[in-house]
Design a protein around this ligand. Sequence first.
Ligand code: TRP
Length: 343
Amino acid sequence: MSVTATHPKPPGTDDRAQARRVLTGDRPTGRLHLGHYFGTLHNRVRLQDAGVETYLVIADYQVLTDRDTADRLDEHVEDLVLDYLAAGIDPARTTMFVHSAVPALNQLLLPFLSLVSIAELGRNPTVKDEIAHSRQASVSGLMFTYPAHQAADILFCKADLVPVGQDQLPHLEVTRSIARRFNDRYGPVFPEPGALLSDTPLLLGTDGTKMSKSRGNAIALSATADETARLIRRATTDAGRHITYDPDHRPGVSGLLRLAALCLGRKPEDIAAEIGGAGAARLKQIVTEAVNEHFAPLRARRAELAADRTAVRTILREGNARANDLADATLHEVRNAMGMSYA
Ligand code: TRP
């Protein structure tokens, strides 16, 4: 399994076998792209298939941290579920739920907020970065509370492993602090979850920089074969005719080679050697074919699932119900531990 934990269990133990419960999630801001797929989605499916109990939060409230509107949020949520299902997430084994549909999460938020300082939240590098790139006229209070919000996402199900990108590590530190401080103050309730980082290096977009929807350089998982061909045809390469794998000096060419390599299960250097003097046109042809072939089954499955939106909504309703049961049970425990049980 090509994953490594940043907070390893005692030496010699296998994290996959150790992990009892995994939680991870995404903001519903649009369709997922190949960077998401190779970065995290693929690993989530592998964990699920390895028999680990898995939870996936669709963090709808988090969308409000950096933008003013929740435009088409319900459509984005359904798109996300379709991407998950098409990629191999199985609703019988993985609970997919929407944050706002689980009210007990927000009841956990208040005690959690009492356990972190404003200074801690203010110096969180991810929060700082989001403030710098915010699409809001001013920074909202929600922006500062959302790491605690995310701690509730993770701790409500007592997850012990969280597969995330590097950018989310500061949030996981907040979560671990909250769990530790809660346990110290009120007695043992929460595990301190570890991060699971993918060892796949960042996938570059068609302009040679990090693949991201907002940069317009992303290939959606759900793109058609023609759309994929068009995006790759427009990809940035360079003037060197001979194709070589050199990520530092040739980001465009190397990004394309890596994408082909991931799809074909081969080494980028070998693909480069094979193309040699045939140049960027041949490279683009190879990448397009590799992507379209690799994702054809996923795309076909997605199209089929998209034709039955009622089924998607049912899956979500069932996931929400399961998450609510678990969140209610945890909230009950929290209230007992805090001496706030009035029933
Ligand atoms: N903040 C994450 C992102 O922007 C999404 C997210 C919300 C998340 N809750 C989570 C990720 C809990 C891991 C665990 O991508």
